[in-house]
Design a protein around this ligand. Structure first.
Ligand SMILES: *Cc1c(COP(=O)(O)O)cnc(C)c1O
Length: 400
């Protein structure tokens, strides 16, 4: 299993090998230290663990199933299985860590959750968690993103969250991060800052990984029960890397399982047309931690793009950065067009409409199935595609 690995990484200072840490102004450093101490003290307690377990079962609908794709496996070869995080309440894996973060806030006596959101998926998941616990929720979002992702703004408001428009700079995710940090610093007594992936300063990459670990634990047990063995290949898409870390962490000490992280190569490998951080990035610093970063000529985080807005981040989790250097996980790429093809293929062959992010993982699995016909492949279907349907049909049309 994976318990030795999980205890070993990160170290006390929040490092995964050379990556991670917390590089912040002194006042923020103090805040992160406070969250770290609270997390260590609270998350191991029997009452915290049993409350989270009960939420997973009765509210989120866990365990989510592992499903064998009959028709796809027959067509492509291989044996393709999906871990159905699209069936988790609210339609994606993100609620796994948001419920954990919100429960921590409750135990710390906080009244409010604060976060930024890019496309709005993290904001919606956190607003869901806040409603469950009766906490206030403040989501900072760039004005440009608010216009692009209007349905998610409405969802957050229906759930009772306050969406704060960020109106300076490029009015997108980067400015929203700064704005959310400022709001948190001004009200850290009453509030908890909640990051949306295995990124940011320590302790977030560890905390979010731990809250997503349930995905890997369930999947390993379910797969073994269904087949009597472990999967030959385990595949997940990587934006920040939380759904991938959740699944991978269940198999990380199983030498026989090969792990694949799938990044978006977007329209092309030209600067600004992809978000293949692991493939083309270099070690650097972003948002207060060290990791692989896609950089421009001056060494600043480069502009990124993917058809899946949940994957377009120029950094990546520090743990993934370490796992790449250790060659424990292989990082590969899938283009926009390949992801769109997989989106329709899974919909029509299995009756499951995937999120565009998850469609990247499915696309890689289909490629692999053709080449390795005897092997089993377990894919993390991180979310459902309802949010993407209008965009996909408008932009790409229905397949002939
Ligand atoms: C946000 C999102 C992702 C990307 O985030 P990770 O932290 O890399 O998992 C992937 N799939 C779905 C459905 C998402 O909403």
């Amino acid at each position: 299993m994976s318990e030795n690995y999980l205890k070993k990484y990160p170290n006390e200072e929040g490092y995964f090998g050379a990556y991670g840490g917390a590089f912040l102004p002194p006042h923020l450093e103090q805040e992160m230290k406070r969250i770290t101490d609270a997390y260590y003290a609270i998350s191991k307690s029997h009452s915290f663990i049993s409350e989270l377990r009960s939420i997973r079962k009765h509210y989120q609908g866990r365990p989510t199933p592992v499903y064998f794709c009959n028709r796809l496996s027959e067509k492509y070869g291989g044996r393709i299985y999906l871990k159905r995080e699209d069936l988790n309440h609210s339609g994606a894996h993100k609620l796994n860590h948001c419920m954990g973060e919100a429960l921590l806030a409750k135990y710390m006596g906080k009244k409010k959750l604060i976060a930024e959101t890019g496309a709005g998926q993290h904001g919606v998941a956190l607003a869901t968690a806040a409603a469950y616990f009766g906490l206030e929720c403040e989501i900072h979002m760039g004005e440009v993103d608010m216009a692009k992702e209007h349905p998610n703004v409405v969802r957050m408001e229906i759930l009772g969250a306050k969406v704060i428009p960020v109106t300076h700079g490029l009015k997108t995710l980067k400015e929203a991060v700064d704005s959310a940090f400022d709001a948190y610093v001004n009200d850290s007594e009453n509030s908890l800052y909640c990051i949306g992936s295995v990124v940011g300063p320590h302790p977030f990459p560890m905390m979010v990984r731990d809250f997503q670990h349930v995905v890997g634990v369930e999947a390993r047990e379910q797969f073994a029960e269904m087949t009597g063995e472990l999967p030959d290949n385990v595949v997940a898409c990587v934006g920040g890397g939380s759904n991938a870390m959740g699944l991978f962490s269940g198999f990380i000490e199983d030498e026989e399982c090969k792990l694949y992280g799938v990044e978006p190569s977007g329209k092309s490998f030209k600067p600004g047309e992809h978000a293949a951080t692991m493939t083309l990035g270099k070690p650097g610093m972003i948002h207060g931690f060290k990791c692989y970063v896609l950089q421009d000529d001056e060494g600043n985080p480069a502009p990124v793009y993917s058809v899946a807005s949940g994957l377009d981040y120029p950094g990546v989790g520090p743990e993934h950065s370490m796992l790449k250097d250790m060659k424990k996980v292989e990082y590969v790429t899938i283009s926009d067009q390949e992801a769109i093809d997989a989106f329709y293929e899974l919909s029509r062959m299995e009756g499951i409409i995937p999120a565009l992010e998850s469609a990247h993982a499915v696309a890689y699995a289909l490629k692999m199935a053709k080449e390795h016909k005897r092997e089993s492949i377990l894919v993390n279907l991180s979310g459902r595609g309802d949010k993407d349907i209008d965009f996909v049909v408008d932009k790409f049309g229905l397949p002939k």
